[in-house]
Design a protein around this ligand. Structure first.
Ligand code: 9MC
Length: 200
């Protein structure tokens, strides 16, 4: 996994853009996005999650979430309200190749859930998960198995922590949590799919 971060501050708060690139054998981009988008799986892999509610089902590929994350000392507890959209993208570079898949999470507002009225500080985020499946067909014309596929995952995020917290503290949280979060999530997808038919 390669991680790239740019140190940026807005109103004295660290909002460091992050890009992580991780290639995982044995899974497809559709499978990665399916398990990242699906609310029914999130408590399985998002261990910093305290509560998750689907506020709105806009369509089968677009949901509005309200999430409360566990407090990470010394920062106060955070929540986040965002729309999440999953879609397939045509492979412009290889029309015969597998499609790309993406999930975008973007902070939004909701009249019934104004920010910062309870114990939580509202964070604001933009997240893009872009997945490119690679197929290396078996030489002998044998059927395709999970040994012949891999997925290049590009995860980009910008998170405004909402309320002030020392930049050094936030950067320590991000540096510790993001690699854990991405490795835990991808290991979850490998485990969930290993005995299932390949979902392209
Ligand atoms: O990709 S997602 O949409 C996946 C859906 O859940 C996403 C990812 C990350 C976060 C997030 C944003 C900020 C924080 C910090 C900010 C100051 C104190 C809490 C944390 C805390 C929980 C820690 C954390 C950081 C990085 C990765 C995972 N966990 C989490 C929210 C949503």
């Amino acid at each position: 996994m390669r991680m790239y971060r740019r140190e940026e501050e807005v109103d004295g708060m660290a909002v460091d853009p992050l890009k992580a690139v991780h290639t995982v054998p044995g899974i497809t981009g559709h499978e990665v996005c399916h398990y990242f988008f699906g609310p029914q799986y999130r408590y399985d892999w998002e261990t910093t999650l305290e509560q998750m509610t689907v506020l709105e089902t806009v369509s089968d590929d677009t949901l509005v979430f309200l999430q409360t994350h566990k407090r990470i000392w010394p920062a106060s507890q955070r929540d986040v309200l965002f729309w999440s959209h999953m879609r397939k993208l045509p492979n412009e570079n290889d029309r015969d190749g597998p499609d790309l898949w993406t999930v975008v999470n973007n902070s939004t507002t909701h009249l019934d859930y104004p920010p910062n009225v309870g114990k939580c500080v509202r964070i604001y985020l933009k997240v893009c998960l872009l997945c490119q499946t690679r197929v290396d067909p078996p030489k002998d014309g044998a059927p395709l198995t999970r040994d012949n596929i891999s997925c290049k995952i590009t995860y980009c995020s910008v998170v405004n922590p909402g309320g002030w917290a020392p930049a050094s503290v936030l950067r320590a949280v991000y540096k510790r949590e993001y690699p854990k979060f991405l490795k835990r999530f991808t290991a979850y997808v490998v485990n969930q799919t290993k005995n299932k038919p390949i979902m392209f």
